[in-house]
Design a binder for this molecule. Structure first.
Ligand code: AMP
Length: 284
């Protein structure tokens, strides 16, 4: 694996490789890598791509400063994992390299409705930062395919909109399934911050999502949501949202629908740690 810290060098390397006929598959991350990240690398690799991963802890997408300060960093371990997973290129830039004119000089994008609900509503400014960093990284890496996790469902929709807004519809956005621990907990870099007792109960988020799915033909949505909220509360979680939405456009639903693909989404905090997860219902 080749590691680049400078834009000019990675650009030259990738364009040289592309002239040999190989396409670039890009996996942007914030590091503290786990099997979820590695599944994206694996997918890009089996798709026959030149696999480019970035590790960049982007300050502009953290609406909560404490969350940024406490975000786990494990670059040496990350590098070893990437080598083992068969990643070809790692981009490891500094903040100045990504934002040479300063972080507030970047263009912003209007994600409309998507920025007003769920993650957008609960993390003001978050998607603005996501839009900035993803568009900047795409400018640098110029991938053919972009690999992202369903774990961040709304983010995938925002990025899809970003591709449209920036005229990059030619980039193939590949949304990969959520990797989970044995108890169902979605893998996340933030899981490393959970204490042992918190970790033991954290699988309850997935249990709630599964109950939202399994009760769809027997129970009213409002009742299921209430049960989930109470269960999360009993385990010590503060729920930010439990939502059901149309999987295509994320229109929020107040009852189950029979014939459309839906997505159930939860965000909840245990102590200082905020976790999100989702599952698809009536998959298309
Ligand atoms: P992050 O480092 O959290 O910004 O995540 C980088 C990419 O990995 C994003 O596209 C995430 O959606 C994806 N990702 C994070 N967790 C998982 C997971 N458990 N399974 C699959 N993909 C994931």
């Amino acid at each position: 694996m080749v590691i680049f810290k400078k834009i000019e060098n990675i650009k030259n390397y990738i364009s040289l490789k592309n002239t040999t006929g190989i396409n670039t598959g890009f996996v942007p991350t914030m590091g503290a890598l786990h099997e979820g990240h590695l599944s994206l690398i694996e997918k890009a690799r089996t798709d026959g791509m030149l696999v480019v991963c970035s590790i960049f802890l982007n300050p502009t997408q953290f609406n909560d400063k404490k969350d940024l300060e406490k975000y786990p960093v494990s670059t040496d371990e990350d590098i070893a994992l990437l080598v083992k997973a068969g990643c070809d290129v790692l981009f490891l830039p500094s903040v100045d390299e990504v934002y040479p004119d300063g972080m507030d000089k970047m263009p912003t994008y209007d994600f409309g409705y998507l920025d007003t609900i769920l993650e957008g509503a609960n993390r003001p400014g978050h998607f603005k930062g996501v839009g900035q960093v993803v568009s900047r990284l795409l400018e640098i890496v110029e991938p053919h395919s972009l690999y992202m996790g369903q774990k961040d469902y709304q983010q995938c929709m925002v990025v899809s909109k970003l591709l449209e807004l920036t005229g990059r519809q030619n980039i193939n956005l590949v949304v990969c399934p959520t990797m989970r621990e044995a108890d169902g907990l979605a893998m996340s870099s933030r899981n490393r911050r959970l204490t042992e007792p918190q970790r033991v109960i954290a699988g309850v988020i997935y249990q709630c999502l599964v109950s939202i799915e399994s009760k769809q033909s027997t129970t009213e949505l409002n009742i299921v949501k209430k049960e989930c909220e109470e269960l999360l509360k009993a385990k010590g979680f503060a729920t930010e949202y439990i939502a059901l939405a149309n999987a295509k456009d994320l229109t929020l639903l107040d009852s189950y629908k029979k014939d459309i693909p839906m997505v159930a989404l939860i965000a909840a905090k245990i102590g200082e740690i905020r976790l999100i997860d989702n599952i698809l219902l009536n998959k298309a």
